[in-house]
Design a protein around this ligand. Sequence first.
Ligand code: SF4
Length: 233
Amino acid sequence: MEFHDTLQAVPVSAPGCSCSGDAAAAVAQVHAEIDLQTSRFAAQTGIACPSGCGQCCHSPQVEATVADMMPLAIELVRRGVAAMVLDQLEARSDEPRCILFAADANDASRGRCTMYALRPSICRLFGYSGQRDADGNPQFSACRVHAESMPKIVAEARQAVVERRISLPILSDLAAQVRAVAPEGSSRPLSINEALRAALQTAALQVWMRSLQGEDDYDGDSPTPRIPPRRAA
Ligand code: SF4
């Protein structure tokens, strides 16, 4: 199979093909851990996103590493739409907003992520996380929409974090976890569209290499990369 064919044909011609890679599967595990921490924080504080908001996706400053985009890119390759998405990235190269965002037909300020289940870490953490200050104390970074629409809840969450009554997901700690499991592709964050482009090219190359090697262990029924069993130490 030629590399270009891989971009379009692999999921159709070889639906059982392995295109996960241990690193992408490990990144997916970190994403699951992030979801665990943020859902706990949301339940403890009452912070919740308004339905169909999507304001955070409008920012031209959303960044991700290539490694963080790999589970999503692998799924796009598996679906056979990698070439189409790469074409869209090319055609909309001036678009600062993430191309995975689908605006509402009736209200372009609202919308949804078309790859929500596989979005990168920052999209999972925004509004439900924070950093440590110079003294190592956790500081909640509230989303502007939350701060304006539920100021009392946000203020109480801030106070609960300062008093360490609840555990705050820490952005830098979770980014470090992604770096640890997938050092390649974690060297620097890119704009989200650039990270998507690089991840798609890497994912397609992995699929192509594996097809050449005759490897065929991708769980085609799963929306996410198959997580390999842990090896005994
Ligand atoms: S990946 Fe999804 S959640 Fe993240 S910026 Fe793009 S559309 Fe928004």
